[in-house]
Ligand binder design. Structure first.
Ligand code: AHR
Length: 517
């Protein structure tokens, strides 16, 4: 009753305080701070680094002899930038690459490591300069957790078991001694370990039942010292197909902590002509947002399957590949998947975060594809130059949600944004109580033309001020370039209540993250 009365009051004062916008044009959000929900696992903001194009070589690793400033071979500029966004987790070495990767190629003296062909990505030479030791150096430098993807497709259980032993073993076995000889005495911590990748496709074109049997077989032999066991990941499905989640959650009977899921946002929804990263019109703006919002339906459908097969919620649903995927840029090697990143990518990232945060109970880990120079990257590099993408800035802004407690919210009178036959919600929102005890709200205005006002009420707290950062730009495809690396950056944002009502102004096509006091 009290809430109803306050809503009525808020509606009245809002129409008085904001004469320029009709009351029915104001979106109302009510956050319930009295019913905290699931913890938003910080691993939701994880990254993916595959041996693909310049994702590793040139982007992260340049080698100790490079003229580019580096820390033991790792680009100093890239490491510094990634540390700033507190990358919680890095998945490596693939992707499709993982199912052809021979881990022994990547250990021992670098000049003796064999050269292979990267058959998945451009057929280029892979000299294995970046291997297991370099990966753990990378996650150490970032202060991140390690997610290693094992080779099921072309490997065998012994090979996989020995890799895990090499990484985590503390005995005097021959495998562990080999690690010591290669310069690492103490075991590393493997936080997640996946058995294969996209088993329905590049990982071996299997049926889910066959993969489930193989998983059970491989998983039997993956042993670690007590307390060192990673979260074990079964490679699941994609898109709106829940069969993989269903079969894997019923047929895999041990050594499993979660099932992965992949979904890429293509503006057109067509792999043959996906749409371009820049120079698109409003039609592809809205279709991209529509395509990315399908993530919520996919998650919901998979959750329903998991709730049936795993009612105790032991299994996580790990979206370990997601992001935008555009046509290759003219003149670039198509197999390198390098693409520009615009304000549209920032909006896509924020929409997905709001979805993951709402489903934090099952969605406990995700990895955007990919960290540097590949697909929806945080960072682009060109020789010694580096730029931070609009997507990077969204990761930066959303740091406050790492390990926060999600809070339910309701959007009243939700308005939509429509173009032709395509309609999406006008506003996306998510709220949480951060680890610092503060209330945080993230908002996205999906409409590229109209500003929106959002009136915020919090059940269980009096809020009169919002402080945070806003990301927007004049053009839908606004981006940072090596000549203008700071064209798209977040700006400070402040709002205060007027006659007891906190109302936030959201410019068109914008992302806002604020703390509420
Ligand atoms: O991220 C690029 C590729 O997309 C990955 O290697 C593969 O798993 C997926 O198909």
């Amino acid at each position: 009753m009290a809430i109803l009365a306050r809503k009525w009051f808020a509606a009245v004062v809002c129409s008085l305080a904001l004469p320029a916008v009709a009351d029915d044009a104001v979106t109302r959000i009510e956050i319930d701070a009295t019913h905290p929900g699931a913890t938003i696992n910080r691993d939701i903001y994880g990254q993916f680094a595959e041996h693909l194009g310049r994702g590793i070589y040139g982007g992260i690793w340049v080698g100790e002899d490079s003229s580019i400033d580096n820390i033991h071979g790792f680009r100093t500029d890239v490491i510094k930038a990634l540390r700033k966004i507190k990358v919680p987790l890095v998945r490596w070495p693939g992707g499709c690459f993982a199912d052809e990767y021979r881990w022994r190629d990547g250990i021992g003296p670098r000049d003796k490591r064999p050269v292979r062909v990267n058959t998945n990505w451009g057929g280029v030479a892979e000299n294995n300069a970046f291997g297991t030791h370099e990966f753990f150096q990378l996650v150490d430098l970032l202060g991140a957790e390690a997610y290693v993807n094992g080779n099921l497709g072309t490997g065998n259980p012994r090979e996989m078991a020995e890799w895990l032993e090499y990484m985590t073993g503390d005995s005097d076995s021959a495998v562990v001694q080999e690690r010591r000889k290669n310069g690492r005495d103490k075991p590393w911590k493997v936080d997640y370990f996946a058995i294969g990748n996209e088993a329905w496709g590049c990982g071996g074109n299997m049926r889910p039942d066959y993969y489930a049997d193989l998983y059970n077989r491989f998983a039997t032999f993956l042993k670690t010292p007590p307390g060192a066991h990673p979260h074990m990941v079964a490679s699941g499905g994609t898109g709106d197909n829940t069969e993989w989640t269903d079969v894997l959650s019923r047929r895999i009977n041990h050594n499993i902590d979660g099932i992965s899921f992949h979904y890429y946002t293509l503006p057109t929804g067509e792999w043959g002509d996906k749409g371009n990263a820049t120079g698109f019109g409003e039609k592809q703006w809205i279709s991209t947002l529509w395509q990315t919002l399908r993530m919520e339906t996919f998650i919901r459908h998979n959750e329903q399957v998991l709730d049936k097969n795993d009612p105790d919620k032991k299994l996580g649903f790990y979206v370990d590949e997601w992001g935008t995927w555009y046509n290759p840029e003219q003149g670039r090697e198509p197999g390198f998947l390098y693409q520009q990143n615009t304000l549209r990518d920032a909006v896509v990232a924020a929409l997905n975060f709001n979805i993951f945060q709402r489903h934090a109970e099952r969605v406990r880990m995700t990895n955007i594809a990919q960290m540097v120079n590949v697909l929806q990257a945080m960072i682009l590099t060109d020789k010694d130059k580096m730029l931070l993408t609009p997507t990077y800035h969204v990761y930066d802004m959303y740091q406050v949600f790492q390990d926060a407690t999600s809070l339910p919210l309701e959007i009243e009178h939700p308005q939509s944004y429509q173009l032709g036959d395509t309609r999406v919600p006008g506003i996306s929102a998510s709220a949480a109580r951060g680890q610092d005890g503060k209330l945080y709200l993230s908002l996205v205005n999906l409409d590229p033309r109209e500003a929106r006002q959002v009136a915020v009420d919090v059940q269980g707290a009096e809020v009169t001020r919002a402080r945070g950062r806003l990301l927007t730009a004049a053009a839908m495809d606004a981006r940072n370039t090596f000549d203008a690396p700071e064209a798209v950056e977040p700006a400070g944002y402040r709002a205060s209540a007027d006659i007891g009502q906190l109302t936030l102004d959201l410019p068109p096509k914008s992302v806002l993250v604020v703390s509420l006091n």
